[in-house]
Design a protein around this ligand. Sequence first.
Ligand code: ADP
Length: 443
Amino acid sequence: MSILLGCIADDFTGATDLAGLLRRSGVSVRLHLGVPDIGPDDYDAAPFEIIALKCRTTPAQEAVDEVLAAWRWLSANGARRAYWKYCSTFDSTADGNIGPVADALMNAMSTESAATHERADITVHCPSFPENGRRVFMGNLFVFDQPLHESPMKDHPLTPMRDSDLARLLRAQTPHPVGKLTTPDIVKEREDVRARIDELADDGVRHIIGDATEDMHLVSIARATEHLRLLCGGSAFASHLPALFRVRGFLSSDDQVALAAAPEGDALVISGSCSAMSQRQVAAWPAPSLALDPMELARDDDLAATRARFTEARERASAEGQPLLVYTTANPESVRQAQQEIDDAGALVERALATLAAEAVAQGVRRVVVAGGETSGAVSKALGVVQLDVGHEIVPGVPWCRAETAIVPGEPIAITLKSGNFGGEHFFAEALDNINPPVDEDA
Ligand code: ADP
């Protein structure tokens, strides 16, 4: 099958968030960690393909090069339309990368042959995610009732957001004119919204910031932009596209793909996230656990002692028929102390957790829950996971996935990757209790 929507995400857990929302459509969604190295002749594409990159804060040219490589792969597999997925709080540095990447994608598309009704000279940005309190009104982004620049995002360590006016933010990231589709524009009929977009494009505008305070506004913009080859924004905007593909006849009921049951085997929960929610999740865990201390890891050069402790804990849990939680999750004071005493404590911890994950899969673990964005990246890499078939959501934005590993080829594992703040206090147990897809009572 040809790809209906080729998605490129600027970070890992943002990609799983998008994957979970697109999978609600019942159609197959595949997620790649990095640009796949398989050619189109050997690959049977899914209607929705997502390539997760790590390019939110890299230098703009690096981000552009990576995204273009991702688009070349998607396009070679038949994608005509692209979705550039970034965070619903428009996380970006002062001079990139949202604008430069969108410009580069439009440039690349304008050199490809196009049907007469398609446009690659303008795009619409909709970061709004009303279900999560992110709303855009008159071009300004709000986080619940606070303007972006007054929300906690103003103090983000890598992408502090100090302005709520998205058009002004974007103007610093692109040489091209930026326009707005405000709320009075988008509540009009589909033809009128579309006419307004085309009018802005004819005036030379290349980026439009779309207002949306409710999902129905995202639907309105999605319906008016079916002729645009590039759309940009958060996962909520993209989640309304499958229904439109269905209306247009690009998807039929034959495209509904049943979710596979989880492979049998032991379960392991790995938490390297130190977010407030992960701390609560670790504290609420009801089964056996093993805490790892970064100072001890630093002394255990080849991890021999740590691996022995881990294997013992795992075997004990397995004999009891219980999953094991292994974690380095700690409060901010302990993290600070570890950072002061150890060179690159984060990398040390990630390496240790990733090594144990690989060991566990070699020993028979087939169900893996990972907490932490960076931790997820390190664990996936150690397992040799590059492609995930996306399954049902555990909580909004966190789906179970099925993946092949390089450790036990031919024996897929179930894996879920969650960023620190996602999920409630009992997320880990909830994930394992709901590992199999819900039974469809209408079926
Ligand atoms: P989140 O999604 O919550 O940001 P991440 O996995 O992305 O979680 O980031 C957490 C970072 O903190 C990782 O680099 C991890 O290795 C590091 N880390 C985890 N536990 C500790 C600890 N006890 N001391 C110091 N650093 C830690």
